[in-house]
Design a protein around this ligand. Structure first.
Ligand code: NAD
Length: 371
């Protein structure tokens, strides 16, 4: 694994526990983790359960006792690490957004296609696909329970930048993160939108905005550093099939900590979900009983629900981290079976295409004036 902070901890949890929850054909072994500081990486290795720590990710790729490279670093590093790992014959799990530009993403997708011909697999970490309620929503849509889909509505709301004195970080520097709320949060929403209905965004109109354009540099006594990414993004989208969608991503929605939400309306029903109540899927069927028809709160903890046969008895809810265990298990099962783990780099590159088009649309600056 490369990187050992937020996602490094979540992925380590996934690798450590996948073989406990799932009957896997291969047991993951946490061989070595790479970071930038020897001391911090060694401490992280001890805490997260890795056998060794290193400060150069290239050493991971050169080793014969390592089969998988898990990329949990900022997105400016994804392309170089992923392409080198795939060329060296390592399977790759890479965090989202896949890259910082469409060119990088397409190069990564091409490297993954070429590796796949040799039985080497690459997957991108759009982890929310592994929340059981989200996977159930997709099953309902794909089984036709919503009829013809008409509206796709997603928001991803956080509030950690609402405080104007919050410190600068790599996430606010375009050269490191590519974009702001758009790539960080919007990429999840775009991936879910496309995956849930099985169709890609074909056309869009978008706006991004910046609320606070400079923030204190960490530890630098009041020195301000410019913010070079968007704080919020708004997208009006049309999918290939003509379905209309809206997507909003912001880090300034005070009170909303991690509110990834969707509502999808079809000709026969609707589904709605909120990550902050992740065990519940709201489902509405138009042919319900008159007088009592309404949204049903489906508690997605039944063994018949996606992933739940491997977890606790019905009603014993799952959390944020279970999706990372589900993700690790799906990855191991696909690699062991010699099939493409999803989302592929091609699927992640299609998200990157939307991100790039949002930036172009927002930059074009056209508004219709209300007369
Ligand atoms: N799937 C999700 O839900 C989700 C959630 C948060 C972040 N992410 C993504 O995960 C990635 C990492 O984000 P994070 O929140 O863990 O960031 P973070 O700042 O918490 O951690 C980044 C880690 O990368 C290490 N690092 C940076 N450059 C390195 C290099 N050249 N070599 C080795 N290590 C290096 C840092 O030391 C640190 O350990 C990003 O792409 C981000 O968008 C995904």
């Amino acid at each position: 694994m490369v990187g050992h902070a937020f996602m490094g901890a979540a992925h380590s949890h996934g690798w450590r526990n996948a073989g406990r929850a799932f009957d896997l054909p291969l047991e993951p072994r946490l061989v070595a983790v790479a970071g930038t500081s020897a001391e911090r990486t060694a401490a992280a290795a001890r805490r997260l359960g890795w056998e060794e720590s290193l400060t150069d990710w290239r050493e991971l790729i050169e080793r014969d006792d390592i089969d998988v490279i898990d990329i949990c670093t900022p997105s400016d590093t994804h392309r170089e690490i992923a392409v080198a790992a795939l060329q060296a014959g390592k399977h790759v799990l890479c965090e989202k957004p896949l890259a910082n530009s469409l060119d990088e993403a397409e190069e990564m997708a091409a490297a993954a296609r070429s590796a796949a011909e040799r039985g080497i697999w690459a997957m991108c970490g759009f982890t929310y696909r592994r929340q059981p309620a989200v996977a159930l929503a997709r099953e309902l849509i794909q089984d036709g329970r919503l009829g013809e889909v008409r509206h796709v509505r997603l928001v991803y709301l956080q509030d950690w930048l609402s405080d104007e004195s919050a410190e600068h970080s790599w996430r606010l520097d375009a050269s490191r993160s590519g974009s702001g709320a758009l790539g960080d949060l919007g990429s999840h929403a775009i991936d879910l939108a496309q995956w849930l209905i099985g169709d890609d965004v074909a056309r869009l109109s978008a706006r991004t905005t910046v609320f606070v354009d400079a923030r204190p540099a960490p530890g630098a006594n009041g020195t301000l550093r410019p913010v070079t990414v968007d704080d919020a993004a708004f997208v009006l989208a049309e999918f290939g099939s003509g379905v209309i969608g809206t997507i909003e991503a912001t880090r300034y929605a005070l009170g909303r900590k991690n509110a990834l939400r969707f509502e999808i309306n079809g000709s026969k029903g609707s589904v709605a979900w909120d990550l902050e109540r992740n065990n519940e899927l709201e489902f509405y069927e138009a042919d319900g009983q008159p007088g009592t028809a309404g949204f049903t709160r489906v508690l997605t903890t039944d063994p018949s629900h996606p992933y739940l046969a491997n977890w606790w008895p019905a009603g014993h809810t799952l959390g944020y981290d279970h999706a990372f265990v589900n993700q690790a298990a799906d990855f191991v099962n696909a690699v062991a079976a010699g099939v493409q783990p999803e989302p592929s780099f091609d699927a992640a590159a299609s998200v990157q295409r939307v991100l790039a088009t949002v930036a172009t649309s927002s930059g074009s600056g056209t508004w219709e004036v209300v007369a």
